[in-house]
Design a protein around this ligand. Structure first.
Ligand code: HEM
Length: 614
C-alpha cells in the first residue's frame, strides 16, 4: 500500500515537486507513521515543569530539530545546540537510507539471476550489522551465524556485501582452488589511509606492485637466511628479558606479562628493522600505536563508502589522517638520517653486510638497477606493514600460550619436563639451536595458534566473478575467512574447544586428519614453520597471500617460550585459581586477551641463573 502523503497539490509541497521531488518520501512517511503511532499508542504525554500548553514555545529556529522521549514520559524539545552525536548519527542513517534503498533496488535487478550464498535477514540501511552487535566479538558472532546459515554466507555490512567463509572445505576452495581469484584484499577508506594507498604489501592490490614487494619480503627481508642473521638480536633481547624477570624472583612481585611481552616484541622488531641505533624509534612506535588505535575503532566510513554525509561527519577519518601523517614524517626523517649517517651510502651493486638491518637492506635495494622503483614512500609503507603485522601478533600469541599453560598444569609440566630432559640442568641461556628437538613445545604453540589465531578473520576480496561451493560470488565482493571458525570445526577437531597440544602429534595419523585427507584435502606442509598442516589450521593464512613472516614469528615465539619455561616456574598472583583466569578476548591490531596477564615467577630447579642474575 502506498502511504505517500504528497498530493502533488502546489499548496502542499513538503517533499517538493517535479523531477527533483524527494525520492525518499515513502521511506520517511512510513518511518514517521510507525514512530508516531507507537508513541501515541503506548504513552500519555504532558509538558514538564507545569508549562501550560498555550504557553508552549512554538517559535522557529533554522537548523535541525529532533524530539526526545524520556522514560518518565516527559516531553522535551531540544534544539541544534543540544543535538547529540547519536542524533546526528540517526539523521545520517536516515538520509543514507534514502540513497541506499534506491541503490539496492538497482543492484538487486543485476544480481537476481545469480545464486548467492544464504545469509541472515537484513535491515534497511545497516544491513546485517545488527546481527554482530552485542558483547560477542565479530569472529564469534559470525561462527554462531554460520551454524545457522552454513559455511558460506552472505552479509551486508552497511552497504558493503561481504561473504563469510567458515569451514575447512570452503576455505580450501577460496585459498587454494581459486587462490588467484581471491588473492585480492578488501579496500576501504581506513585501509587506504593506513596502507599508504596500498603502497606496502599487506593491503596492496593483487597485481604487479604486490608481486614486486612480496618478492622483496620473501627473498630479502624475511627469508630463512635473513631470519638466521637476526638470531643475535633475538638472543640478546630474550636474554635481557630473562635477566629482568630473574631480578623479580627475589621480591615475589607480580610481573605484567602483557606489557613485558609487548616490549620484547617491539624491541626485537625495532632492532631488526632499525638496527637499534635509531633515535626516533620510540616516537615512531607511539605514532604507529595511535594509528592502530584510531584505525581499529568502528568506522562508519568503511560501512558506507559512497556516502559523502558520513564522510563529512567522520571525526575518526580526520584523526587517522593526522596520526598517519605524523608516522610518515617520522619514518621519512629516519630514512633521511640513515642516508646522511652512512659515509658512502649503499653504492649500487655492493654486497649486503652482516650487520645490515632491514632498513639498510631496503635502501640498498633502492640503489639497484631494477625496473621496479622502490621509492621512499614504498619503503615507509613496507616498514609500517612489518611493524603492524609482526609486533602485536607475536606478543599476543606468547601471552595466550602462557595463559593456556597456566590453566593446564599437566601440559605445563610436560613441556617443562621436555625442556629439562632435552637440555639438561644448569643452563644460563638457551639459543635457537636448542629448539630443534622440543617437539611438545612446538605443539603447544600450534595449539595456541589454533585456539587463538592472531587474525581470526582473514580479509580478502574476489577479483573476478566465480563459483564457490555451488554459489555465485560477484567480482569485487569482500571475503572474510573465519580462521577461528575453521580451526574449531568439530568434524576435523575432536573436542575442538579443548586446549590439547597432543592433537598435533603425527597430525596425519590422527583420525580426523586422515578423514580430512581421504576427502581429498591436500596437506600443504607438516613443519610448524611451514605454518599449515592442513586447511583446518590456517593461523598464518594460506595460498599466495599467506603470511611471509611465519618463520620469523615462530622462531621468536619458540625461543622466548623455551627460555621463560626453562628458567622459571609460573604462578598466578595472589592465589588466583587457574580455572578463574580471564580468557576473554578483545580485538586490537590482532586478537588479545581482554585483561593483562599478571604472573609471579620463581627460578626453576633447572635454571642456571640463580647466581648469574640476582
Ligand atoms: C603469530 C604471529 C603471526 C600471525 C598469526 C600472522 C598471521 C598472518 C595472517 C593470517 C596473514 C594473512 C594471510 C592471508 O591472507 O592468507 C598475514 C599476512 C602477513 N603477515 Fe603475518 N602473522 C604473524 C607474524 C608476522 C610477522 C612476524 C611478520 C613480519 C616480520 C608478518 C608479516 C606479514 C605480512 C607482510 C603479511 C601480508 C602478506 C601479503 O599480503 O602478501 N607476520 N599474517
Amino acid at each position: 500500500m502506498d502511504t505517500r502523503i504528497s498530493t502533488g497539490d502546489q499548496g502542499f509541497i513538503p517533499f517538493g515537486v517535479g523531477c527533483r521531488q524527494c525520492p525518499g518520501e515513502l521511506f520517511v512517511t512510513t518511518t514517521f507513521e510507525l514512530t508516531l503511532a507507537n508513541l501515541l499508542y503506548h504513552f500519555d504525554w504532558t509538558l514538564t515543569d507545569s508549562v501550560s500548553s498555550e504557553s508552549l514555545d512554538m517559535g522557529e529556529v533554522l537548523g535541525m530539530t529532533l524530539h526526545q522521549r524520556t522514560t518518565s514520559r516527559e516531553l522535551k524539545l531540544i534544539t541544534m545546540d543540544e543535538l547529540s552525536v547519536g542524533s546526528l548519527c540517526f539523521i545520517a542513517v536516515a538520509t543514507l537510507g534514502l540513497s541506499l534503498a534506491l541503490k539496492r533496488a538497482l543492484l538487486s535487478s543485476k544480481t537476481q539471476a545469480l545464486k548467492l550464498p544464504p545469509g541472515p535477514w537484513n535491515l534497511p540501511v545497516i544491513g546485517s550489522i545488527h546481527h554482530l552487535l552485542g558483547s560477542e566479538l565479530p569472529h564469534r558472532a559470525l561462527l554462531r551465524l554460520a551454524h545457522r546459515h552454513g559455511p558460506l554466507m552472505l552479509l551486508r555490512l552497511g552497504e558493503v556485501p561481504t561473504v563469510v567463509v567458515s569451514s575447512p572445505e570452503a576455505a580450501m576452495e577460496v585459498m587454494k582452488g581459486l587462490d588467484p581469484a581471491f588473492a585480492e584484499r578488501a579496500r576501504g577508506t581506513t585501509i587506504d589511509i593506513v596502507s599508504f594507498g596500498g603502497k606496502g604489501i599487506v593491503f596492496a592490490p593483487y597485481g604487479e606492485h604486490w608481486r614486486q614487494v612480496r618478492k622483496i619480503c620473501v627473498v630479502d627481508l624475511l627469508s630463512a637466511r635473513q631470519v638466521r642473521r637476526l638470531e643475535t638480536i633475538r638472543q640478546e633481547e630474550v636474554t635481557r628479558l630473562v635477566d629482568s624477570i630473574a631480578v623479580t624472583t627475589s621480591t615475589s612481585s607480580p610481573i605484567d606479562m602483557t606489557q613485558t611481552l609487548a616490549s620484547l616484541t617491539n624491541d626485537v622488531i625495532a632492532r631488526a628493522v632499525f638496527g637499534g641505533r635509531c633515535r626516533q624509534q620510540e616516537e615512531y612506535l607511539r605514532a604507529l600505536t595511535a594509528v592502530a588505535l584510531t584505525a581499529g575503532a568502528f568506522s562508519l566510513v568503511d560501512l558506507f563508502p559512497s556516502s559523502r554525509l558520513v564522510r563529512w561527519m567522520s571525526f575518526g577519518e580526520r584523526q587517522l589522517r593526522k596520526h598517519h601523517a605524523e608516522m610518515v614524517r617520522i619514518v621519512n626523517s629516519i630514512i633521511q638520517e640513515r642516508r646522511e649517517e652512512k659515509a658512502s651510502p649503499y653504492p649500487a651493486g655492493a654486497a649486503a653486510k652482516d650487520d645490515d638491518d632491514l632498513l639498510d637492506v631496503l635502501l640498498r635495494l633502492q640503489k639497484e638497477d631494477s625496473t621496479f622503483r622502490l621509492t621512499a614512500e614504498i619503503i615507509g609503507a613496507l616498514i609500517s606493514d612489518i611493524f603492524g603485522a609482526a609486533t602485536d601478533t607475536t606478543a599476543s600469541t606468547l601471552e595466550w600460550a602462557l595463559a593456556e599453560l597456566i590453566r593446564h598444569p599437566r601440559a605445563m609440566e610436560k613441556v617443562k619436563e621436555e625442556l629439562r630432559k632435552t637440555l639438561g640442568h644448569g643452563r644460563a641461556t638457551l639459543t635457537g639451536s636448542d629448539i630443534g628437538e622440543l617437539h611438545y613445545l612446538k605443539m603447544v604453540i600450534k595449539e595456541t595458534l589454533r585456539l587463538h589465531p592472531a587474525f581470526p578473520l582473514i580479509v580478502r576480496a574476489s577479483q573476478e566473478s566465480c563459483q564457490v561451493m555451488g554459489y555465485d560470488l560477484p567480482q569485487g565482493i569482500n571475503i572474510f575467512i573465519n580462521a577461528f571458525a575453521v580451526a574449531r570445526d568439530p568434524r576435523y577437531w575432536k573436542d575442538a574447544e579443548e586446549f590439547n597440544p597432543n592433537r598435533f602429534e603425527k597430525v596425519d595419523k590422527d583420525m580426523n586428519s586422515r578423514e580430512f585427507n581421504q576427502k581429498g584435502f591436500e596437506k600443504i606442509g607438516e613443519d610448524i614453520n611451514s605454518t599449515t598442516a592442513h586447511l583446518g589450521f590456517i593461523p598464518f593464512g594460506a595460498g599466495r597471500r599467506q603470511c611471509p613472516g611465519a618463520l620469523f614469528a615462530t622462531t621468536t615465539i619458540e625461543l622466548t617460550l623455551a627460555n621463560l619455561l626453562y628458567h622459571f616456574d609460573w604462578t598466578l598472583h595472589d592465589g588466583e585459581s587457574p580455572d578463574s583466569l580471564d580468557m576473554g578476548e578483545v580485538l586490537g591490531i590482532s586478537m588479545h586477551r581482554r585483561s593483562n596477564l599478571r604472573l609471579q615467577a620463581a627460578l626453576s630447579v633447572s635454571s642456571g641463573l640463580s647466581s648469574h642474575s640476582n
